[in-house]
Structures are given as C-alpha cells and as structure tokens.
Design a protein around this ligand. Structure first.
Ligand code: ATP
Length: 192
C-alpha cells in the first residue's frame, strides 16, 4: 500500500485537505494527533519525556502541553531530543495502523515532513501552500494565539519555497472549491 505524506505550514489548510481525502474514502492518519495520544498514554514514551523534561511534563497524569511547548520552542536541542522519543513511537504505531487499512493508498498528515527527511518514507508527497498573511489570518481566527506566537512557530518550519522543490504535488489552498478539484486530480493520479 502506498503512503502519501501530506504536509504544509501552520494554517496552510492541511487538516482541511486531509478531510477532503477522507471524504472520498481514503484512510487518513493524523500524525500529530497520534503523537499526542502516545505522549499521554504510552508508558515507555512518558517515562522518557519525564527523564528529558522533568516531572512537570505531566499534571495528574495528563500531558502539560504549555510547559513542554515553553521549553522546546525555545531550546532546539531539547526539541530534537523530544522528537527522537516521539517520532519512532509514531512511526511504529503508523506501521501497525497501515496494516489494518484497505485502500490503494493512505494519507499521513504531518506538520514536519521534509525538514526531517520524512518524505523519504513516502511514495508521494503533497504540500499544501497558501500565502503567509492568509495563513496568519486563518490561525488568528481559529486559535487563541498571537501573531508573534504564529511567527515563532513558522520559524521552526521551512518556507514553502524550500518544500515546493521536494513535493510531488502542490495544492494552492485559497479557494476551497478549487482545492477540492486539486484533491480529486491528485487522487486520480495516485490511484491510477
Ligand atoms: P495547523 O498546522 O495550524 O494545524 P492546518 O494546516 O492543518 O493548520 P487547517 O486547520 O486545515 O490548517 O486550516 C486553518 C484554518 O483555516 C481552519 O480554521 C480552516 O477552516 C481555515 N481554512 C483552511 N483552508 C481555508 C481556505 N481555503 N479558505 C478559508 N479558510 C480556510
């Protein structure tokens, strides 16, 4: 079964595009959601996180996301070490999930794909792209956040220009109807 990596910067619309694939019957794995579940429920992962970031990483056995984000988004070395705990656990979980799917291909939605060579594990890659100001506007509408926080998240991701070169398909997500057409065209190419 083919694996199609779906990525895009914050606010680009990758979850929106993932839902469009799901609506045409393609199994979708949301890696960030699964990572959060593993960080909350997998004992081996939890122990490694506490060893790396301290006991405050959990409050009443629930992941203390604000505490962890405050550390790792200001300390690249800690972020890399956290990723080295979480990414292999997600990769293993994804392989198990994939075996249970019955389709020509599956979509794996990930916020970071090219930055860590994740595209090398995919048969195809799709980049969702949108202008930066539009992305900021969308996230400000969606989340309780600030422009400064969004820009800081963007700094941890590559620019679209770097990713476009590596992606097999690029979806320009501006008009939603047009995005849906692009999804269907890509679906036809991957399925054929
Ligand atoms: P993140 O990386 O922050 O999770 P994302 O790339 O998954 O973001 P979405 O959550 O799909 O992006 O989209 C961000 C917000 O913008 C959502 O509220 C979504 O409904 C909205 N949105 C997505 N695409 C469009 C579009 N083409 N036009 C208008 N709004 C859009």
């Amino acid at each position: 079964m083919k694996v199609v990596g779906l990525t895009g910067g914050i606010g680009s619309g990758k979850s929106t595009v993932a839902t469009m694939f799901k609506n045409i019957g393609i199994p979708v794995y949301i890696a960030d959601d699964e990572a959060k579940k593993l960080m909350n429920n997998d004992d081996a992962v939890k122990q490694k996180i506490v060893a790396l970031l301290g006991a405050d990483s959990y409050i009443d056995d629930r992941l203390n996301r604000e505490y962890i984000a405050a550390i790792v988004f200001n300390d690249t070395s800690k972020l890399e070490k956290l990723n080295a705990i979480v990414h292999p656990a997600v990769a293993h979980h994804f392989d198990t999930w994939k075996r249970d799917q019955d389709a020509d291909y599956v979509i794996k939605e990930v916020a970071i794909l090219f930055e860590n060579d994740g595209h090398k594990q995919c048969d195809y890659t799709i980049l969702v792209s949108a202008p930066i100001e539009e992305r900021i506007k969308r996230v400000l509408n969606r989340d309780q956040t600030t422009r400064k926080q969004i820009l800081s998240r963007m700094n941890n991701q590559w620019d679209d220009a770097q990713k476009i070169i590596l992606a097999d398909f690029v979806i320009n997500n501006i008009d939603l109807e047009e995005t849906e057409n692009q999804v269907y065209e890509i679906h036809k190419k991957i399925s054929s």
